[in-house]
Design a protein around this ligand. Structure first.
Ligand SMILES: O=c1ccn([C@@H]2O[C@H](COP(=O)(O)O)[C@@H](O)[C@H]2O)c(=O)[nH]1
Length: 609
């Protein structure tokens, strides 16, 4: 773990359900290679994961089992290690490649920008070759400008110990927000392509594995399941998904399941299968599959207490040389980026989903009531031209909570990692302007009627239920380690002494989390929020008849520009890109937030309490 990582807290643990074939699964890492430095439950880093995988691989080899590692994309954007480096990603690829990953694919975040898609082409694909799979993703080769598959469409291989013959695919959901150097083929079209139809007819297979940056409950996975199952009525199919940032497990049928393993290096998904066809030995016929394979899943909290326990190692025997090197590598990257630089002290916790909106503990209330209006008031449009403004941002651009105490460069990028700036349309009729936010939040059916596709699928998906985590600091784990097993006797429904955290309920029940936690509240938040600055006053909620000037500026995060202009068009005001301008020229939203923190929470070289 990183030197400043908090010690994990002992807690009752469920055992790893080892099988013939076993998997470790990460997804939506979003640059959290260093782990969580303010949350003991997720405080292990990528170096620890490397050590952990090595121990599990050794055990699998010793017992004649197989272990495969999977990553299903969105490795970038969401943490200062990626987002604050110049160029972005300077450290990421070198850190990521130290883990041996057997099957890997792209997420949507790798593709928002041309440079990050090229980063996959130049780094991740060759670093993990031949394990990177791109079943429905093409790139304009940056060297030749020709459109080609980013990586092989599928991979067929046989596991080392059990001789299980696997056909693997790697998909991305039907994402449309990519830069124009990549092409994503819709899943429903890809499954009709000759190469896919041919691949799934293969009878020399024991298992089909579909990895994807795809919600396990999405239409895309339903299509893939139905198509493969129609071609192969009996073959076991194992799906690995992601994108929703949740722990989830879906049972398609008695031979096909899907797992999703959370987000931000909080979770290492463990999946196992028994009862698959195997090669008994090279001289004997294949041992055939039991009538039904059995599948098991466990979501591991990524901290050293869990990792030591599941690998049967301790503080001394756990770290491997490569794991330790990577931990040091991450620490040096953090140092060289000055991530501990203090901007101010947050006076209280501010939550993304652990408080409702509006609420004094909601990060979005802080943004709409304080940070946004205070910031907008300093613009030249307000200061020099006396113009009122409605400022709208997408909640999806705010990625993590603020904890009471030090607000550092690290914090700034965890909360707001993206490069977007604020833009604006000037002098919009106020009675139109006040109707934009309701349309962005609730207008989807109306807009669809008009043939206008308002919300990007991922914005809609984000609104769905998620489980969360963080927890209270407790005494160092060495003192409590011996008590932990005794706590196993506690029933999962008794919350006494349990640490708040993931309490997952999926298709297999409520026993999926390795650590037995007490639950944490989760609140839905709207797609977008707003602040209104009018004649010196600010408010976040506006009745249509509120006293506003006849015309007002609409300020918005540039990520939602397309939808703001669509909403205005729907409301009868046709503005084009040429009608928009930067509101704070040259400054990203993240910079504006940091300036606010320095001004209002700054401590002039002092430390936080
Ligand atoms: O430049 C960007 C890119 C993305 N966003 C927000 O993120 C979500 C998608 O994130 P997932 O992790 O894939 O769910 C997107 O809908 C935007 O809300 C952004 O604000 N700026």
């Amino acid at each position: 773990a990183q030197p400043s990582a908090p010690s994990p807290i002992p807690a009752p643990l469920r055992p790893l359900p080892w099988g013939q074939l076993n998997f470790l699964h990460t997804t939506d890492i979003h640059g959290w290679w260093g782990g969580h430095l303010q949350e003991p439950s997720y405080s292990a880093d990528w170096g620890d994961y490397i050590s952990f995988a090595k121990h599990l691989r050794d055990r699998a080899d010793a017992e004649g089992r197989d272990l495969l590692l999977i990553d299903t994309g969105d490795r970038i954007e969401g943490n200062a290690i990626y987002d604050s480096s110049k160029p972005r990603g300077k450290f990421t690829y070198e850190i990521a490649k130290e883990q041996h990953i057997d099957l890997i694919c792209s997420g949507n975040h790798e593709l928002y920008k041309q440079e990050s898609a090229d980063g996959e082409f130049y780094h991740t694909v060759p670093d993990f070759s031949p394990n990177y799979i791109a079943s429905n993703l093409d790139i304009y080769n940056p060297k030749t400008a020709r459109l080609e598959a980013l990586a092989p469409r599928f991979k067929k291989f046989t596991t080392e110990n059990q001789g299980i013959r696997i056909l693997a695919f790697g998909f991305l959901f039907d994402f449309t927000g990519n830069a124009n150097n990549t092409v994503i083929h819709k899943v429903k079209d890809t499954v009709q392509e000759g190469w896919f139809q041919h691949a799934i007819q293969d009878k020399e297979l024991d298992l089909i594995v579909v990895i994807g940056h795809v919600d396990v409950r999405s239409d895309e996975y339903a299509t893939l399941y139905a198509t493969i199952r129609a071609a192969q009525p009996d073959i076991p199919i194992q799906f690995f998904g992601g994108h929703r940032h949740i722990r989830d497990y879906r049972i398609f049928d008695d031979k096909s399941v899907a797992i999703a393993s959370g987000r931000y290096m909080e979770t290492i998904g463990f999946m196992s299968i028994n009862g698959l066809n195997t090669r008994s030995s090279s001289h004997h016929p294949r041992k055939s599959q039991e009538p039904k394979p059995t599948f098991s899943r466990l979501y591991i909290d990524n901290n050293l207490y869990s990792l030591h326990h599941h690998s049967a190692k301790n503080l001394t025997t756990f770290p491997t040389p490569n794991g330790l090197n990577v931990t040091t590598q991450i620490n040096s990257a953090r140092h060289s980026l000055h991530l501990n630089r203090l901007y101010g002290c947050a006076p209280r916790d501010l939550w993304v989903n652990r408080a409702p909106y509006p609420h004094p503990s909601s990060i979005f209330s802080w943004l709409s009531d304080s940070m946004l209006p205070d910031t907008v008031k300093t613009s030249s449009r307000v200061q020099e031209s006396g113009k009122s403004a409605i400022a709208i941002i997408n909640t999806g651009g705010i990625r993590f909570d603020i904890f009471k105490g030090a607000f550092t460069k690290d914090t700034a990028f965890l909360v707001s990692p993206f490069t977007s700036r604020l833009r604006y349309v000037k002098d919009v009729p106020s009675q139109v302007a006040v109707r934009v936010l309701p349309l962005l939040n609730h207008g989807e059916p109306m807009m669809k009627e008009q043939g206008i596709d308002l919300a990007p699928p991922e914005v809609v998906a984000r609104k769905l239920r998620r489980q969360f985590f963080p927890e209270l600091l407790r005494p160092a784990f060495s003192k409590l380690e011996s008590n932990a097993q005794a706590q196993l006797a506690l029933s999962a429904t008794e919350h006494h002494n349990l640490i708040p955290g993931y309490t997952t309920h999926d298709d297999a029940g409520t026993d999926g989390d390795d650590t037995i936690h007490s639950p944490i509240d989760f609140f839905e938040v709207p797609n977008c929020i707003q602040a209104v600055v009018s004649q010196g006053d600010s408010k976040s909620d506006l009745a249509e008849d509120a006293s506003l000037p006849t015309h007002i500026d609409i300020v918005y995060n540039e990520f939602i520009e397309k939808w703001v202009l669509m909403a205005l068009r729907y409301l009868g005001e046709s503005y084009k890109l040429e009608d928009t301008e930067e509101y704070f020229p040259g400054k990203s939203f993240t910079q504006l937030m940091v300036e606010w923190v320095e001004k209002y929470w700054g401590v002039d070289g002092e430390e936080c309490e």
